[in-house]
Each structure stands twice: as structure tokens, then as C-alpha cells.
Design a binder for this molecule. Sequence first.
Ligand SMILES: *Cc1c(COP(=O)(O)O)cnc(C)c1O
Length: 418
Amino acid sequence: MSYMIGLKCRECGRLYPKEVVFVCEYCFGGVEVDYDYDAIRRVLTKTALAARPKSLWRYRELLPIEGDPTVGLFSGFTPLFRAERLAEALGVEELYIKDDSVSHPSLSFKDRVVSIALTRAKELEFDTVACASTGNLANSVAALAARAGLKRYIFIPADLEMGKIIGSLIYRPTLVAVEGTYDEVNRLCAEIGAKYPWAFVNINIRPYYAEGSKTYGFEIAEQLGWRVPQHIVVPAAGGSLITKIAKAFKELKRLGLLEDASTKLYCAQAAGCSPIVNTIQARSDIVKPVKPNTIAKSLAIGNPADGYYATKTVLESGGWAEAVTDDEIIEAMKLLAETEGVFTETAGGVTAAAAKKLIEQGIIPKDESIVICITGNGLKTQEPLMNRLGQAARIKPTLASFESELASQLADVSVRQK
Ligand SMILES: *Cc1c(COP(=O)(O)O)cnc(C)c1O
């Protein structure tokens, strides 16, 4: 049973069949999946949900597939937890982390979009999938396509972190490292996609793919006991996730699962690539492309596909945006690890650092509920941490050697305390 009606242009509202359509032929607007919400309302109740498996497929009526899910059966339903020690460090009362750094199978929120995209690609009878990626999408498409038995072509900028490259190659895709920026990779992929009959998850089947990000929002609401936080800080690359969190809350309200869906959304980007933050801060609706230069490579999209919609979503929610330097990113990664035991990648550092700045500026009030979105794992972006974390204490395998090290550390501490 499918509740997907078809595709609908976000600008002119024109309807399209549920096939491979990604731009409106008439106005060139983006197209989005439309559902039969009245029918969904009758089946998707809190009681029904309570009995379902803890994966992103528990919200399947609101996802763009026609049959049963076939890919990514264990993705989603990552932890959301109260972050008391980080809250104390930031001087706020009620702070939560939604933690996709432990996502199955590839340790980033991209498993959500790829689970849906590949399930849909199989329904549309593709045998080959592909993507243009800043790293995490590459890992996820490579992993999930391997398990689904699909052929896989992955295109990345050549300068990615080792963790992202090894984390793709291990699944034996055809990995193509393009000498250029992500935006150049993406443009090349649009050309390749027009010539080869492949499902480019974030290009020609993007309307289906993008719906997967809603599950991050559904889970936040459900895990908070069917309410939304007053503030959510979200990292942005192409700008899709932030718009889909807003869409998720709106859908839950429409279905009667949320009484109040109003939350302020804040966009976090690195100062070295902040086209969406710039647009929001200028209260403009024209996104000016930039040339990225940041350690937050997974967010380094200079010409964001959903930048316009992300800006609109943030400003309509009453939220705001903040950009952070590479140093602030590293400090925030360390803070998150030291206070909450969460090792996030540079993108998570962007989110945590932006949250810190927004709180310090008084833009996010200290006594209201806040969720910060941690979307990737630190083991994938180790390079910027080299020489930033101190060293292991090196000793001989004897008790005496250990105790002499301990004594010198204690001496160190007492010197520092004076
Ligand atoms: C892709 C990605 C995002 C942002 O996704 P968009 O929907 O393109 O804005 C955030 N965090 C991480 C770690 C990502 O890989």
C-alpha cells in the first residue's frame, strides 16, 4: 500500500507521475513528493507507531516508496539524549543531541536519504546507482548499494579526507576522484546522468532521496515525547536537511501527531563555505555561490541546490544562522567529546560551534529547549585533529615507569593550578 500520490512542483504546483522527474518542465522549479495525508491519518497513529521496529521505516507511510522497503532496513532511530554536561558548559538549561554519528551502516545521516533512494531506485528498475558526494553520501551509497547488489559509481572531489576515501573503496564501487570542487563534480554528474541510465541519488531521483531527511525530524519529535524543541541547530551543505526537518514537523502536525510544530531553525555552516548563512543574514532570497575553503569538507557546497528553500524555511521559522571558523570547529569537536562522549566529524563541530555562538549572542535564549543535530562521525575526519589533541604518555612496561609518568603528570597539574 502506497500513500504517495505523485510529484508536485514546489513553485507552480503542477503535478507529475511518480517517475524520474526532478525539475518542473514548465517553470524549472524543484519537484517534491505529495502524499494522501487523509489516508495516512487513519493508519499512522501513536499506538501503531509504538509497536513498530526502531528504524526509519516506522514512518513508511510518509516515505516515497510503493512496495516494502528493501534497502537500509536498519537505518535510522539513532539516539536522542539530554546533554547535561554540554548544557552546563554552554550555560543553557535544556539541551539535547540527536546523534547520527552512529548511523547504520555508514556513520552519517546520509544513510537516511540513501535507504529511501535505493529502495526507490530498485522500484524504478535501475540496476546502477551513482552520486556526486562530499564524502558521506559516497560512503553510504557504496555501502548500501553493495548490500543491495546494485552497481555503484561514486564521484567525489579529489581532495577528500582519507577516512571518506577508504570508507568508500572498501565496498568496491567505481570511485571517481574528480580534480575540482564538489560543485564541479555535481555539474559533471548532471552531464553523465543525461547520458547513462543510472539513478544518481541526489540528482535525477533527488525528490525521493530528499524525503529521507524527514525521518531525522520525525524521530526528534517522537523521541522528545511528541513535541518539538523551541530551537534546532542544523548543519547545511546543499540545504536539504533543514527544509525537510521543517516539513517533517508540519506533516506530523497535519496528521494530529503534534499539537504544536513551531520551532526555530538555525542554519550552521563553516565560514569558509557559508552561502546559505550569508543569504539568511542578509535576509535576501538570492544565494550567491562561493568557492569553498574549510576543513568541514562534508558541508563544502558552494552552490547549494536547496539554498533558496533553506533560507526561506529558516526565516519563516523565526530562526537565524551562524558561520564558524576552522578553529572554532575543532574546539567544538573537542568540547562535544569531552563533555558528552560524542566524537563527531568536522560537520558536527560546525553545528556545536554555531550553537555556542548563537547562545552567547543571546539569539538562542538560555532557558529554552534546544536540539543540536550531530550528523557525522569523527573517525572519518581525523586529519584536522592531528597535533591538536596532545600525545599519549609513552612508558616502559613496568610499574615504576608508570608511576614515574603519573608523578610527572601530577606535578604538571599542580604547576598548572598555581
Ligand atoms: C550532507 C551532510 C549534511 C547536510 O546535508 P544537506 O541536506 O545537503 O544540507 C550535514 N551533515 C553531514 C555530516 C553531511 O554529510
